[in-house]
Design a binder for this molecule. Structure first.
Ligand code: KG4
Ligand code: ZN
Length: 357
């Protein structure tokens, strides 16, 4: 089975062709990602209108390159998948409309994929992981702990009540005058910092639910910055180290609870899986190792290129859905918001417009 996947929900324009064998194994035939970081960098964050226009300009060429590199012609495709949400609506419209046009012209099934589902199913593409497993997804738009029980069967165990984790890294970087995207910059600065100089709060520590909160921590960092004048490079490093240490401790605590909730409801997970841009952070990876070890489960972190947004994960989720007989009509709408777990509610105090996707 050969599926073309298209991703345009945020600031990556991406397309890929993935082959799924009858035994469930996968081969990525092409995977082309064009990040729009340069276009958004002057503004210190993703500008939705700029992203939508860039997707329009880039997508046709990227689909053509992905098809060419794969050596697969359109008539051989078993289906075309696009991320139909959640995300920035302008970009989602561009990707989904393109997929619909390809599906219509080449008379091939359309699969409208939930972007979060694609992240959730990635370890089955990279590691042939069996269900059930526990996913920790932390990116610029999402922070969630999800029980992945089967294709289309997801239970959200925890989410952020305010900022997404990557968003918090980006905002701290911005406050410190570090360039966008801020996550890698904060990690780099933290490496030469003293994590004990500032005693930042560890949000939600010890709470019985598995939710996250990051805006109070961000405010604490802002308050410290306000007290230091002038801000020297060593101050920046110490602030980054203190912030990152607080995020790590809170993450380990929240995931510990998430894994306990998983165990109670669904038994032992086959693995703890981390995905999203924040999973590229080496310090967080190390913290996750010990969380997984404590829960006596394996830790799987897909390679960075498949942790961050890409077309291969959309193509793969499309293939998994196609095998399950789940296809969509050309009337399928693009969706800015789309919860992975249909029964999940926004947590109390929920106020964020991005993180609740
Ligand atoms: O998954 P991703 O590429 O895109 C989406 O947001 O969907 O994640 C990007 C986010 C940004 O907020 C970025 O600052 C954060 O992931 N990030 C990191 C690191 N690398 C990327 N955060 C902390 N440490 C990193 N090394
Ligand atoms: Zn993503």
């Amino acid at each position: 089975m050969l599926v073309l996947g298209i991703e345009t929900t945020c600031d990556e324009t991406a397309a890929a062709v993935v082959e799924r064998q009858a035994d469930g194994s996968a081969r990525i035939l092409s995977n082309i990602v064009r990040s729009q970081t340069e276009e958004h960098a002057p503004y210190g964050g993703v500008v939705p209108e700029i992203a939508a226009r860039a997707h329009v300009e880039l997508l046709d060429g990227i689909v053509a390159s992905a098809m060419k590199e794969s050596g697969v012609g359109f008539p051989r495709l078993s289906g075309v998948a696009a991320a139909a949400g959640p995300g920035l609506i302008g970009g989602v419209i561009v990707g989904l409309t393109t997929a619909k046009a390809i599906a219509f012209v080449h008379r091939t099934p359309l699969i409208a994929v939930n972007h979060l589902e694609a992240h959730a199913l990635t370890p089955r593409l990279t590691d042939a992981l069996e269900f059930p497993y526990c996913l920790f997804l932390a990116s610029g738009g999402h922070t969630q702990i999800v029980a992945v029980l089967g294709v289309g069967n997801y239970v959200r165990l925890g989410t952020t009540v305010d900022d997404a984790m990557g968003e918090a890294f980006d905002k701290v970087a911005k406050m410190l005058g570090l360039p966008y995207p801020g996550g890698p910059q904060v990690e780099r600065a933290a490496a030469s910092g003293d994590a004990t100089r500032f005693n930042f709060p560890r949000p939600m520590l010890g709470r019985p639910d598995a939710n996250f909160s990051l805006s109070g921590l961000k405010t604490a960092v802002r308050n410290e910055i306000g007290r230091i004048n002038p801000l020297e490079p060593q101050d920046i490093s110490d602030l980054c180290a203190g912030f990152q240490a607080a995020v790590l401790e809170a993450t380990a605590d929240r995931l510990g609870v998430g894994l306990k909730l998983f165990q109670e409801r669904f038994g032992t997970p086959r693995a703890l899986v981390a995905a999203g841009g924040v999973a590229a952070n080496q310090a967080i990876r190390a913290a996750l190792e010990s969380v997984a070890a404590r829960a006596q489960t394996a830790l799987i972190i897909p390679p960075p290129a498949l942790c961050t947004d890409n077309g291969a994960m959309i193509a793969w989720a499309g293939a998994e859905r196609l095998v399950a007989g789940l296809t969509d009509t050309l009337e399928t709408p693009p969706r800015a918001r789309w919860l992975l777990d249909a029964s999940a509610q926004a947590p109390a105090g929920f106020a964020n417009t991005r993180a609740g996707f």
